[in-house]
Design a protein around this ligand. Structure first.
Ligand SMILES: NC(=O)c1ccc[n+]([C@@H]2O[C@H](COP(=O)([O-])OP(=O)(O)OC[C@H]3O[C@@H](n4cnc5c(N)ncnc54)[C@H](O)[C@@H]3O)[C@@H](O)[C@H]2O)c1
Length: 252
């Protein structure tokens, strides 16, 4: 399987690529050089350029779309290009090139409005079956990405697996990350499963197996076969306290 990974030079790309390299043939893209990966093809350029995006998608079976702005505190002006324009460009180019599967990096922030128990419809863990409820403008742009991808999936252009990723770091930086932490091994496992899952469209929250996790991972377990093995509690004695990484909506 030949796989294009966008945003390959970013933080998630850095955690993902070492594990993905042995499983698929990689074409990597970003505006800057990604970390070296053996036998990977690298094409640098700006994904707002539709012609460049078409060249990237030519001859690949699947796209793992990571490129974007991951900062929940940013305003519309900073989010619009990377999180609204770029997804439409890469989705259009993928359809034109005949790509069969797109794996989209979405975020737990699409459901972040349920973070407070008072904002949940039930006392159950936060579920992918609930309507999107973003906690911030960033989360709203990720809802847009999922919706734009669904248009292509429903039209039959290609199948789409949206991974609502938790906080991706090698280890949780503080205990404030414990409910949403996603370790590199589990990230790699989820992306490998998403590339091959039997699905036309789906949205799946992906975190590690965190005992204090607020999110229900059963949709990913059922449809993707995702069984996380990392666990934030393993770091309780080695990391400091810190505030929750989930945001409360404030439009400054
Ligand atoms: N980091 C996390 O914990 C986390 C959690 C949930 C979801 N995500 C999502 O995962 C994806 C990757 O996040 P990240 O933390 O690696 O972000 P990052 O900022 O570290 O990397 C994103 C990369 O995208 C590239 N990019 C942005 N605009 C581009 C453009 N126009 N053309 C080409 N390349 C462009 C940047 O150069 C950058 O290297 C994002 O979509 C983010 O929303 C990240």
């Amino acid at each position: 399987m030949r796989v294009l990974v966008t945003g390959a030079a970013g933080g998630v790309g850095g955690l993902l690529l070492p594990g993905l390299a042995g499983n698929v043939d990689l074409r990597l893209t970003d505006v800057r050089d990604p970390q070296p990966v053996s036998r990977a093809e690298v094409m640098l350029g700006d994904l707002t350029d539709r012609r460049f995006a078409e060249r990237l998608c030519a001859g690949v079976d699947a796209v793992v779309h990571l490129a974007g702005n991951p900062r929940p505190g940013d305003d519309w002006d900073r989010l619009h290009g990377p999180n609204i324009t770029v997804p439409t460009t890469i989705l259009g180019a993928a359809a034109q090139a005949g790509v069969r599967r797109v794996v989209l990096a979405s975020s737990v922030h699409v459901l972040g409005g349920y973070h407070s128990p008072a904002d949940r419809p039930t006392s159950d863990p936060i579920s992918d079956s609930w309507a999107p409820h973003p906690c911030c403008r960033y989360g709203a742009t990720k809802v847009f990405g999922e919706a734009a991808a669904r248009v292509y999936a429903d039209s039959g252009a290609f199948s789409v697996v949206c991974l609502r990723l938790g906080g991706c770091r090698p280890t949780p930086p503080t205990r404030g990350w414990f409910d949403v932490w996603l370790g590199p091994a589990d990230l790699g496992r989820a992306v490998r499963l998403a590339l091959r899952a039997d699905a036309q469209f789906g949205t799946y929250t992906i975190t590690s197996a965190n005992p204090t996790g607020l999110f229900d991972l059963s949709a990913a377990r059922r449809d993707l076969g995702y069984t996380p093995t990392q666990n934030s509690e393993a770091y309780r004695d080695t990391v400091p306290d810190g505030p929750s990484t989930m945001c409360r909506l404030s439009l400054n």
